[in-house]
Write a protein that binds this ligand. Structure first.
Ligand SMILES: *Cc1c(COP(=O)(O)O)cnc(C)c1O
Length: 403
């Protein structure tokens, strides 16, 4: 049975050219970039070449790129690194101080629909250091309102972290405008761009963000390699104590094969972005229109227009998404309910809850996320298989209005 993989927002297959780019560093070019002999030089050159390829993708300078293990590390580093640095330097003038046996003062802003790596990093900083967090709401289409950011800013706000594109709906947030608002108040701005990087153009100079997080495995590089953009002059504490790799931002011997692959992924994304978009968007639209047009009691979740071209989140009313996922899996079709990270728990997705979906809608929400390898035949196969399965599940529900 052929696999129809519609779960690219969870992870992507490794592109053959990207796999080839890492192979030398699993073989003879095994050196540690910090050493000073022949194999080390080869490894060091590979890391610096990749740094240039990453920088070119997002219009940054090479020395503004720090290699990480991926999106989770990047989000943790941006949030904790900036707030730790503030603890070191900033509490005098932002009123953050040790009072009555605990830290008080200090405030940061994010949205209610961020990835857990962001939300949990804020929870950590609250739990251990007393930072208060405001989570901006989203509207029914999953969009934050830039005016809400203006209202949420306080005298002691030190960081705003708002994602570029949402992993569950694909919604693209007005990050440029919100970064400008933050800067008008002297506040640092981080964006989790994991779902945008490699799919749509990113220009950090135009966006105006101070920190940006990306992860290779969401755009056809292997797992365990990502990068963070840190604008020149932006201070953030290192989360790992150790050597001086990555200009002191990230101790530890570099993941040279992963970094070489990540560099190649950025190169391919930069040169092939238009083709990628032109390949995937019509497939996503065909799938989306096909489902909405042939299955009753469906709703599209997310913004109709401001959305990454590969993502489609649909609620099938009166069914359990998990049941549909299992039935599709038996027929070789891979989709996801909510985010992969929370699919073990029975709780409906925090993103769909923040959008105000009724339980009957959030329980039946399925995410289809397409990628480079998908074909029109796969979309048509899904459109052939899915409607009768949904109908069967809907008819099992006592709530389903009989037709
Ligand atoms: C996948 C994802 C992450 C986590 O990235 P990893 O590399 O898997 O740790 C963070 N944010 C968003 C929006 C994601 O989609």
């Amino acid at each position: 049975m052929k696999l129809v993989y519609f779960d690219h927002n969870a992870t992507t297959p490794v592109h053959p050219e990207i796999k080839n780019a890492m192979l030398p560093f699993l073989g003879e070019a095994f050196g540690n970039p910090s050493s000073s002999h022949q194999p080390a030089r080869g490894a060091r050159m590979a890391v610096e070449k990749a740094r240039g390829q990453v920088a070119a993708l997002i219009n940054a300078e090479p020395d503004e790129i720090v290699f990480t293990s991926g999106g989770t590390e990047g989000d943790n580093h941006a949030i904790k690194g900036v707030l730790f640095n503030f603890l070191r330097h900033g509490h005098q003038w932002h009123g953050h101080q040790w009072r009555g046996g605990q830290w008080r003062g200090g405030h940061a802003i994010t949205t209610a629909v961020e990835h857990p790596a962001v939300l949990e990093s804020f929870m950590f900083m609250k739990k251990f250091f007393g930072f208060e967090t405001t989570c901006l709401p989203v509207d029914g289409s999953g969009m934050p309102d830039p005016d809400d950011l203006k209202k949420a800013i306080r005298a002691d706000t030190v960081l705003v972290s708002i994602m570029t594109a949402n992993n569950e709906t694909g919604n693209i947030f007005p990050v440029r405008e919100m970064a400008r608002t933050a800067h008008e108040h002297g506040i640092l701005f981080h964006t989790d761009a994991v779902q945008m990087t490699g799919k749509l153009p990113i220009d950090v100079k135009d966006l105006g963000v101070d920190l940006l997080t990306a992860s290779g495995h969401k755009f056809n590089a292997p797992k365990g390699a990502g990068f963070q953009f840190i604008r020149k002059g932006t201070a953030a504490e290192a989360l790992f104590s150790g050597g001086h790799q990555e200009r002191g931002f990230r101790a530890g011997t570099e993941n040279v094969p992963g970094i070489a692959a990540l560099g190649m992924a950025c190169e391919l994304a930069r040169t092939g972005m238009k083709e990628k978009m032109e390949h995937i968007r019509p497939l996503r639209d065909r799938l989306e229109e096909g489902i909405l047009g042939s299955v009753s009691e469906t709703v599209l979740n997310g913004h109709g227009k401001n959305r990454v071209y590969n993502t489609c989140n649909i609620s099938f009313r009166y069914i359990e998404a998990e049941a549909l996922l299992q039935m599709l899996d038996m027929r070789g079709i891979c989709v996801s309910t909510g985010s992969a990270c929370s699919s073990e728990t029975a709780e409906p997705s925090h993103v769909l809850q923040a959008m105000g979906l009724s339980p009957v809608c959030s329980r039946g929400a399925v995410r289809f996320s397409l990628g480079l390898g998908n074909t029109a035949e796969e979309v048509d196969y899904c459109l052939y298989v899915l409607p009768p399965l949904v109908r069967r599940l809907q008819e099992m529900s006592p709530l389903f209005p009989a037709k």
